[in-house]
Design a protein around this ligand. Structure first.
Ligand SMILES: [Zn+2]
Length: 449
């Protein structure tokens, strides 16, 4: 048994009154964030003249300032749960820390800008609760949140409710958020899971995830991009043109904007569904899954492939493979970024000096072998696992995203901002490598408790 942090997300079916309450809580979180940022900026300016001025930087400092000022600046504060203000200030404290860490070189990756104000309608509506009445009700159709009360869910909460009833899970936090016009709740849960040592399969599969297809496997199976997604993308393009022709600030424009948001959400749902099915099949049907290391932050800068790449959700594919290999007892091998999976001949090992993105067929000048570019890459990835198996898992070519290293404390969720429980670590950006997604700091006390 291993203790893991997991997320359970449910679509909510709130009443009108509850919708207003949910929006009010998210707005309150945003306003606390903006208020705190304003304060920090003012204090920073004041410090220019007087070095003894104290600038609140951490969550406890910001909360103290907020509690002093709230009666004055937000006399309506008792309308919302106090958690919501803490949630907004927590977001700010993290943003400030990210900025100072990035500036001092403690944080890797691209430079982080100084936090900016969150604008209504543009910023993501979200708010997190860590204490109070957070419950999943026994009828499996309702959840309870502080202040907001009992809210109906669209789907059954069975999977989480069962765990809670058996005592194999504990709710740490609940985050409410809005995507398009729909409200969601995401429970951050500490769950005990049985972690199998192996799934009994000995096969190795190389996965070349790409743009043209969702993925090409080393055994020749091609997983196409879902048609429905293509269809959604066409609709998106049409609506975007329509939006551009709308009068700014008009009612029609607002309608189109909301419609666009819904289509975006639907496209994301379709993509996620296909990815979940693919990764589940990969980790249950094979003993070892090999994927390539992609520096996504760099690739997405190339605008020709950017949309397509982010669409296919390569980072998401890898994130899912990372936790699912742990759950099902298979092994994930991530090829080093210098492993020439595309440029190498999968038959004889000859390496081509240059391979352009336009070349769809790999033609070997060493042995004359010809194969589809993606299939060739997938085969090379599968071959890597065999090499690695012979020379031990910790070699230069394979960063073992290996469950054996640390089953306790792996993250099997897309982290909601601020659900991480050690304040000392920042959230991980998609640009960082897979190791950053898998290792969770040891379980500690929440900074808010
Ligand atoms: Zn060859």
């Amino acid at each position: 048994m291993a203790v893991m942090i997991q997320a359970y997300r449910f679509a909510l079916d709130p009443t009108r009154r509850q919708q207003r309450a949910l929006a009010s809580h998210c707005g309150a979180a945003r306003s606390a964030y903006n208020w705190g940022l304003e304060l920090v900026k003012t204090r920073l300016d004041e410090r220019q003249a007087d070095p003894t001025v104290i600038v609140p930087w951490s969550l406890p400092e910001l909360r103290r300032e907020w509690n002093h000022a709230k009666q004055q600046i937000a006399p309506w504060w008792p309308e919302n749960s106090k958690e919501t203000y803490a949630s907004g200030l927590d977001g700010l404290a993290r943003a400030l820390k990210n900025w100072s860490d990035s500036k001092s070189g403690r944080r890797k990756g691209r430079p982080i800008n100084f936090p900016r104000f969150k604008k209504k309608g543009r910023a993501r509506d979200a708010c997190r609760f860590t204490t109070g009445a957070i419950k999943v009700l026994g009828d499996r159709k309702h959840i309870q949140l502080p202040r907001i009360g009992v809210v109906k869910t669209h789907e059954s909460t069975r999977k989480l409710a069962r765990r809670l009833e058996h005592g194999t899970a504990r709710i740490l936090a609940a985050t409410i958020s809005r995507t398009a016009d729909r409200w969601f709740v995401s429970f951050t849960v500490e769950a005990e899971r049985h972690v199998p040592a192996s799934n009994g399969k000995r096969t190795v599969v190389g996965v070349d995830a790409g743009i043209r297809h969702l993925a090409v496997l080393s055994n020749g199976v091609v997983i196409a991009n879902p048609r429905s997604l293509e269809h959604q993308l066409r609709t998106l393009r049409r609506l975007n043109r329509k939006l551009a022709r709308c009068q700014p600030g008009s009612k029609r424009r607002n309608q189109t904007r909301r419609k666009l948001a819904r289509i975006h959400a639907r496209a994301a749902n379709i993509r996620n569904d296909v990815l979940h099915k693919l990764t589940a099949a990969l980790v249950t049907e094979h003993g070892t899954v090999v994927v390539e290391h992609l520096n996504l932050a760099w690739l997405v800068r190339n605008r020709h492939v950017a949309r397509a790449l982010t669409d296919v959700g390569l980072a998401e594919l890898r994130r899912q493979l990372t936790y699912k290999t742990t759950w099902y007892g298979s092994r994930l091998v991530v090829a080093d970024r210098f492993y020439p999976s595309s440029k190498m001949c999968s038959a004889c090992g000859w390496v081509k000096a240059k391979l352009t993105l336009a070349e769809r067929t790999f033609a070997c000048e060493g042995c004359g072998h010809r194969s589809d570019r993606d299939l060739n890459a997938a085969r090379n990835l599968a071959r890597l696992a065999q090499h690695v198996a012979q020379s031990g898992w910790e070699t230069r070519n394979a960063r073992g995203a290996d469950r054996k290293t640390q089953p306790a404390g792996q993250v099997a969720m897309k982290r909601e901002a601020g659900t991480e429980r050690r304040s000392g670590r920042t959230g991980t950006a998609a640009s960082q490598d897979v190791a950053a997604w898998t290792v969770e700091p040891p379980l500690g006390r929440s900074p808010l408790r």
